[in-house]
Ligand binder design. Structure first.
Ligand code: FAD
Length: 396
């Protein structure tokens, strides 16, 4: 029997009660994924009182439906980011994500979730000679700007993936994470420090700024606050109309039963990052990809699996990894894509700086949301952020 629940969410969980009645806080954060919880933590550290409102449950969105990669950098490969955004901005974004990884590991340690992270390197695999040239250009650009990344020749690739003409680039700072256990631990730690987290509390409409602050409304309650932060990636434009450049897109995953043998020594993303695969601590294969095969159907806000993509993932398992273990979980998640492809963060136009938003990570939000949360929290607390120029503004 295959479950449509994401592997990471397939564990017992007792959700917090929904918001009922009126509460007051300095800041209301909408969305309890990686972006919302990271923002809530920074605001709490700055001494502000915070309420988090979540439509469903903590990490029920993309943050609990993803591949579980703990990966630095932006959505484009580093050399492509330099071409698209200029060398200075690409380097600043890359450095910010490396710093974010370090900070996330420290926070994970502090909240008792460090063991959910496995940091032992991540391989970018070139599946043919043309891509191998691209990987070498990527490695050269990283080296030129002083960032880690080590070429791996075809003979040193992990056994099932080694083929003539292939090559890899190993990032020592990357790895994998059990995203739901990590974020549930983070939410629990924030709550124990006084943050109020309400689950099954969907916010209805853009938080409204008026003379008295901001009003955030759910079906059974209201939060009155000085500022609201909307931290939704794929759903961002649904609540923040000016973020229309962030389009929802589904990505597809599967997981197998535990194999009882080691197949992959570290996570791998292949074919320009289209496919991503790793072996979990309990020996399962978690594999995602083929959004290009999903084509126009992938541009949807519905987290429904695609039959053809799942069938192609099954074939990839067999042909690339030689794994024929039963598939136990098949799921999809929705992320926000922007064409440039820069994440969005900052004030929402027309709200007098009282409502801010972040999202649009093009499928690489786990670490980038941590970076964007810094910009937004700085803006809330001080009105400026030294990292404000990294990403695009919400109405760009
Ligand atoms: C299949 C897949 C693979 C991926 N792989 C990776 C990867 O390996 N590494 C990586 O870095 N990134 C990956 N990503 C992307 C990454 O998961 C996301 O970019 C990131 O989790 C976004 O975090 P977020 O908090 O902004 O959004 P989300 O996690 O989507 O959180 C937004 C939250 O807002 C809630 N919400 C929505 N509407 C409302 C409302 N009206 N009121 C209240 N709450 C609301 C949602 O329920 C949700 O919990 C992947 C994504 C998918 C789907």
């Amino acid at each position: 029997m295959t479950s449509s629940i994401p592997l990471w969410q397939d564990e017992p969980y007792d959700p917090r009660p929904p918001l009922e009645g009126q509460v007051r806080a300095d800041v209301c954060v909408v969305g309890a994924g990686a972006g919302g919880l990271a923002t809530a933590r920074r605001l709490l550290d700055a001494g502000l009182s915070v309420v988090v409102l979540e439509r469903a449950e903590v990490a029920s969105g993309a943050s609990g439906r993803n591949g579980g990669f703990f990966i630095a950098g932006a959505a484009p490969m580093y050399h492509d980011a330099r071409r698209l955004w200029g060398r200075e901005r690409a380097a600043a974004v890359h450095a910010a994500t490396l710093a974010a990884q370090r900070e996330m590991l420290e926070v994970a340690e502090a909240v008792g979730a460090r063991s959910e992270f496995r940091v032992g390197g991540l391989l970018r695999l070139a599946v043919d000679e043309v891509e191998a040239d691209d990987v070498r250009s990527n490695a050269a650009a990283l080296a030129e700007d002083g960032f880690p990344g080590q070429m791996v020749g075809e003979n040193d690739l992990p056994d099932p993936l080694a083929r003539p003409g292939r090559a890899g680039l190993l990032f020592p700072h990357d790895g994998s994470v059990h995203p739901v256990r990590w974020l549930r631990a983070l939410a629990g730690a924030l709550q124990s420090r006084g943050t109020r987290v309400f689950e099954h509390s969907p916010v209805v409409g853009l938080p409204a700024a008026d003379g008295d602050g901001v009003r955030v409304t759910t079906p059974a309650g209201v939060v009155r606050c000085d500022r609201a932060v909307v931290a939704m990636d794929g759903d961002l434009a649904a609540l923040v109309p000016s973020a229309r450049s962030v389009r929802p897109r589904r990505l597809t995953m599967l997981a197998t039963a535990p194999l009882g043998r080691a197949v992959l020594p570290f996570p791998v993303y292949a074919r320009h990052g289209h496919e991503y695969v790793h072996q979990t601590a309990d020996g399962r294969i978690a594999l995602g990809g083929f959004s290009d095969l999903d084509g126009d159907a992938s541009w949807t806000a519905r987290a429904e699996v695609s039959g053809p993509v799942q069938a192609r993932l099954d074939r990839w398992l067999l042909e690339e990894l030689r794994v024929d273990a039963p598939v136990t979980h098949r799921w999809a998640g929705v992320v926000g894509f922007a064409e440039d492809p820069l994440p969005r963060c900052g004030p929402v136009p027309g709200t007098d700086g009282r409502v801010l938003a972040l999202g649009g990570y093009n499928g690489t939000g786990h670490v980038q949301a941590w970076v964007a949360s810094r910009v937004v929290a700085d803006l809330v607390v001080t009105g400026t952020s030294p990292a404000a120029g990294l990403y695009a503004s919400v109405d760009a």
